[in-house]
Design a protein around this ligand. Sequence first.
Ligand code: UD1
Length: 417
Amino acid sequence: MDKIVIKGGVSLNGEVQISGAKNSALPLLFATLLAKGQSELSNVPALRDINTAVKLLRELGAEIDAQADCYQINTDKIKSVEAPYELVKTMRASVLVLGPLLARFGQARVSLPGGCAIGARPINLHLKGLEALGAKIKLEHGYVEATAEKLRGAKISFDLPTVGGTENLLMAAALADGETVLENAAREPEIVQLAEALISMGANIEGAGTAIIQIQGVASLNPLRCRVIPDRIEAGTFMIAAAITAGNILVRGAVREDQEALISKLTEAGAVIQAEVDGLRVIGSKKLAPVDIRTSVFPGFPTDMQAQFMALMTKAEGTSRISETVFENRFMHVCELQRMGADIQIDGHSAIIRGTDHMTGAPVMATDLRASASLILAGLASGNTTEVSRIYHLDRGYEKIEEKLAALGANIWREQE
Ligand code: UD1
């Protein structure tokens, strides 16, 4: 298994190009199931989660040809409607085939994802929504079995704004009979991109990006042609890399409107952020002020940036509090940061971080995707060598992160353990 080795203490400078967004590419890949014919998706990042999605689509019968970041997906010969446990347990987002399969074929059999490293992450809201559209749902042998002769539009009010739930329902409702209204819908940029992609396929959708989305079902959709938006979480991670190393990085592909919460917190911490034509420049400061954050749904501070921001706060001059409100159990990076010398205490759903300038490199273990990024950031800012193992988590969501950081001046490389 590979590990990442970092010799920290170097300021990062230069430009980095952000890749396509994992969390946009995944629902878009699954949305191709909604129509017959050949879809094309470009700017698809080279990631382990994308490989898992491709494997799942092929298992269903899709024919896929990938040239660099451009994927051709032909869904004429879908022969199965089952997402097996082996794939769903590797990647929870596999549950996003439920809506499209049910809408186009009237049935779907999808393994329940089970527990995951950052909390329970149930899919009850996806299922409740599909039932409201008229689907019959049975849970048997660890699988969700959903059937519907024809989905019918309905009013669905989510108990909480779920990203995956909103995406599954958007895709299902696009082919339902009549009007669906999604209330308390998630508003993330990835939802907006999915809605725009569906509209380009012939769907009738209004309100994506707000809490109320209206969908008038259509009888059929055309294949998809679409370019995946840049990954705002990868962009945010490089923005923090500039701040934590007192560097100066132009993050090409970072979009100001998608980063408002992070920009405001980084500015409070002492970094300077400037909008440029094709991205955001982040200029770090040697002195970092402590900043409190509270994760929440978009446009609030993203839970997917919480671990990385905590790495930054370990270097601040003073005490900060980070509260996690989206996921339970998303503080596994804390013990590893403590092994590097961080002073962090957990108080329920909050972490209290007393900044120190005594962080030292250490062997640490990645526990989930964003935790891995947090350990790399801490390693970049620490005096000596950090070795991050179990980086298969990192490969799920960051394209060539060590190459991109090395191009900015970091002493970082991948080694076989
Ligand atoms: C997506 C993102 C993930 C991000 C998360 C929150 C993808 C592939 N993943 O995950 O990177 O961290 O949004 O921004 O886009 N919940 C329920 N019942 C449900 C569904 C969700 O209780 O049926 C709860 C979850 O346990 C969690 C909260 O709602 O506490 C938010 O989850 P959700 O927005 O659904 O996250 P994902 O779509 O899984």
